[in-house]
Write a protein that binds this ligand. Sequence first.
Ligand code: FDM
Length: 209
Amino acid sequence: MPRGAFIAVEGLDRSGKTTQVTNLETRFQAAGIDVKLLKFPDRTTAIGKMIDAYLRSQSELDDHAIHLLFSANRWELATTIERLLNEGTIVVCDRYAFSGVAFSAAKGLDLDWCRSPDVSLPAPDVTLFLDISPEKARERGGYGEERYEKEELQRKVRTIFSKISGEFSAEKWVTVDAGRSQEDVAADVWSFVEGFAAGVHSPLQRLWT
Ligand code: FDM
């Protein structure tokens, strides 16, 4: 029996990522396929609550410390992800380790240091990156209230995502122009992932190999 596919959806703020991820879940369900939607940070765990307080500026933490918490938050769910995949369930993640690296490196941390706590986490079979220019994001009403929702930081994050994308083959990392209508973006997203509905025969890989 093939295992389930591991699909990560990354994106900039105001890219419509959450809408697209929910839409993807609905489409897999409608096709009768087991799918589990996960979101990072998962703010419901003890570690997630610390992350949530930090993002809402209710606490202060050293940049390295918060980076490690984001990674620990993924490790909390790593065995669950593997189990689901082995059971044949498709796992769709709203943000994953690439956000971890992109945001912390945009704040000035060393890129290789940022990768290290995530080494050997389950690696997505494909990552969809929903890209939007800061100008388009502004047209959509600009950014929210949380700590990282600032145009200057978002610009840096975008540059680092672009650098990370260069390390992957075109099948593993797909950049989607998210500045278009929801329907157009959804059609593109589906066209890139529908092939995964039948499952994956190759073994699960590990970050950052
Ligand atoms: N974020 C998210 C990080 O800085 N590191 C991480 O590892 C992850 C998963 O948290 F600004 C940032 C990205 C974003 C913020 O994400 C909260 P959501 O998707 O807005 O909840």
